[in-house]
Design a protein around this ligand. Structure first.
Ligand code: HEM
Length: 638
């Protein structure tokens, strides 16, 4: 203000002016604040941070401009920018994306939120009648979901899984023999190979049926599933696709679509007939096929219809097969790629007698209990499931009422994404999240030696972190919990009798699991490590799945030294080709070279390069997204 004005106003006038300005500022602030509050003292959804919006299309442009199949990376990149709770709007749909573990109970806990209706679209994978299965029931208040969940859980007891273990071991050994036959250094598309192994294991475990997928027979299930997965994603993006097929069934694409679906339904129906054929079952038979074969309608007491059985049998196969296969594939990728990891693992397996060498070509037979004594393996599996959670862009929930999330009123109808990848790959939950760091899971400091920088993504802390509860969640070092009881970290590792600080019988310098895993208990739903999801809809088969993963990893890593095939373009090439399909996968296949540890390096060098055959993948020629593997074993080499 100029001196002349002071002179005009005088000293008192200046004071009055200052008070007036101050009052104006205060009143405006109070007014604005009042405008931002809604009933109950909550802030408005509109006030959440989030990406730029345009008229009509809102943030749709960001989705199209992003590498579309990498939706998990889009969620994570935005979380790095907008914080642990942000909004994302496209025409007719409002989203919030949550990566603050303290908000998990409100989303995934009890009562939590129902699943998004998108899950219903996966029903076409299992039957043409729109019948639900455990995975597609929307609400936990549905009595059918409750009854199934309770009944099926009995088949996942540690005793049952222990009983299945010899089968798992044999099947893993069988796969290793097939790979050995290819010769030293064979390049194997591991996603396909692990799907074959996992399909055999889940079919044998659940139904006592042997699809012989590891010996590379044609598999209708694998062949059709790939097409059907893609079809579901396409229908989500283009809802009119179904209408076109329905209205014009003579179109070649419509006929192809029907053909794939019909073949898959026939496979599920075959399983149902097998289940029925083995019955009737006694009440104390807790095999999965017996439990499902006894399931009856509560009102009539009649056994489930064939159609309903189809929905549930197919559901278990798909839920168990694809997840397990991709979890193992990612773990193998980590072993092959991150420096020092393979050597540490080899030392641990060697000490346990589980490593093949030229002088000891057949390692000790894998024992169910020994898996609890391999902390490095344990850490590798956990860390790979942190960085590459197969449920990548899930978990989708839906606000069926107005809810309070982190102090914001989220209106009814909002889609609530609890993206596992985001939750596990942001620095406020895991410091240096793109670093493959065994030290997160082991007590010894050396573990961090086997870490490596992994991703081109910046590791910034959130700029626009939502106010209130979501700005800086507690860091969590290690394993998750959930509410089903199965995912207690101690029990999730195979075998009920895990030694948490275990590595029994080794000298004190040996690595140990972190003791603080125990501290996680009692606070189960607020940990950011949730590769099996959390709460009442967490993974029913996580104990079984982890046992598969351990058995596969120990068998394969004990017999082969893994190397990322040069055609993959190194770690960056693989990360670039990640896609959020039904599970987090590598587009076009993940090729690793398998070097037989029982063959001396000099002999390996002299041996002819392996011809790739049944273990390979081809580019999908029709129906699927280009570059995705097909599972046709008759396919020739890439
Ligand atoms: C390493 C292996 C596995 C991983 C990482 C995994 C992960 C998951 C995740 C993240 C979910 C929650 C999905 C969602 O809400 O969208 C889930 C659900 C489920 N999983 Fe798994 N899974 C694995 C193995 C298995 C196996 C072997 C089985 C079967 C026998 C199985 C059966 C199920 C079922 C039935 C559900 C739905 C449960 C419900 O909604 O009540 N999973 N799994």
């Amino acid at each position: 203000m100029e001196l002349s004005s002071i002179w005009i106003l005088g000293a008192n006038g200046m004071v009055i002016l200052q008070v007036a300005v101050g009052a104006l500022v205060l009143v405006s602030w109070l007014y604005l604040r009042r405008g931002r509050k809604v009933e109950g003292g909550l802030k408005r959804y509109d006030d959440l941070p989030g990406p730029k919006e345009f008229p009509l299309i809102r943030s749709l442009l960001q989705v199209f401009m992003y590498k579309r199949p990498q939706i998990h990376n889009l969620w994570t990149d935005m979380a790095l920018k907008y914080g642990p709770l942000y909004k994302f709007r496209v025409p007719f749909k409002n989203f919030v994306v949550v990566s603050d573990p303290r908000l998990i109970p409100a989303v995934l806990g009890r009562p939590g939120l129902p699943k998004t209706q998108l899950y219903k679209m996966t029903r076409t994978m299992f039957n043409p009648y729109g019948i639900d299965n455990l995975f597609t029931y929307i609400s936990t208040s549905n009595p059918e979901w409750k009854a199934c969940r309770k009944a099926f859980a009995k088949s996942m007891s540690p005793e049952n899984i222990r009983g299945m273990f010899p089968m798992m071991r044999a099947r893993c050994g069988w796969l290793c023999e097939e790979v050995r036959k290819k010769g030293p250094g064979a390049a194997v598309e591991v996603q396909n190979a692990m799907q074959r192994l996992a399909l055999d294991m889940i079919m044998l475990s659940a139904f006592d049926m042997d699809p012989h997928a590891v010996d590379f027979q044609e598999s209708v299930i694998l062949d059709s599933l790939h097409y059907v997965f893609n079809d579901i994603f396409r229908k989500m993006a283009m809802p009119w696709r179904q209408l076109i097929f329905w209205a014009m069934p003579w179109l070649p694409s419509a006929r192809e679509n029907k053909g794939y679906h019909d073949r898959l339904y026939a496979a599920w129906a075959d399983i149902c007939d097998n289940v029925r054929g083995k019955g009737p079952y006694s009440e104390d038979d807790n095999h999965f096929y017996a439990i499902i074969g006894r399931m009856a309608e509560p009102d009539t007491g009649k056994l489930w219809s064939r159609e309903k059985l189809m929905a549930h049998c197919g559901g278990v196969v798909v839920a168990g097969m694809d997840t397990t296969a991709h979890a193992v594939s990612w773990a193998m990728f980590c072993v092959a790629t991150y420096p020092g990891v393979q050597d540490r693992l080899a030392a641990e397996l060697d000490a346990a007698g589980l490593l093949a060498t030229p002088s000891n070509p057949e390692p000790k037979e894998l024992d169910f209990n020994i898996m609890n004594e391999l902390p490095v393996m344990d850490a590798i599996i956990k860390e790979s499931m942190r960085m590459f959670p197969v449920g990548g862009s899930g978990i989708g929930r839906y606000a069926d009422r107005d809810i309070d999330l982190g102090g914001y009123l989220i209106p009814k109808g909002t889609e609530v994404a609890c993206c596992l990848h985001t939750m596990q790959m942001v620095p406020w939950n895991f410091p240096q999240p793109t670093r493959f760091d065994l030290g997160r899971w082991l007590e010894d400091a050396d573990a961090t030696d086997s870490a490596a920088a992994a991703s081109p993504r910046p590791e910034s802390t959130p700029a626009g972190a939502a106010e209130g509860a979501s700005s800086a969640p507690a860091q969590s070092p290690s394993s998750s919990d959930g509410s089903s009881g199965q995912d207690d970290p101690e029990r999730r590792t195979p075998g009920a009798e895990i030694a948490v600080d275990g590595h029994v019988g080794q000298e004190s310098a040996a690595p140990k699991r972190r003791r603080d895993i125990k501290d996680q208990r009692g606070d189960s739903l607020t940990k950011p490590y949730i590769p099996f999801s959390a709460g009442p809809r967490d993974c029913l088969g996580q104990r079984l799945g982890m046992t598969y993963v351990y058995a596969m990893m120990v068998s394969i890593c004990g017999r082969f030294r893994l190397e990322l095939d040069p055609s993959m373009g190194g770690e960056a090439g693989v990360l670039e080709r990640q896609i959020s399909a039904f599970a987090l996968a590598v587009d076009g296949g993940l090729f690793l070279r398998f070097h037989d540890r029982s063959v001396a390096p000099a002999e390996q060098a002299a041996a002819p390069a392996a011809a790739m055959s049944g273990l390979d993948t081809l580019k999908q020629s029709a129906g699927g997204s280009p570059g995705r593997p097909v599972f046709n074993v008759t396919a020739s080499a890439r």
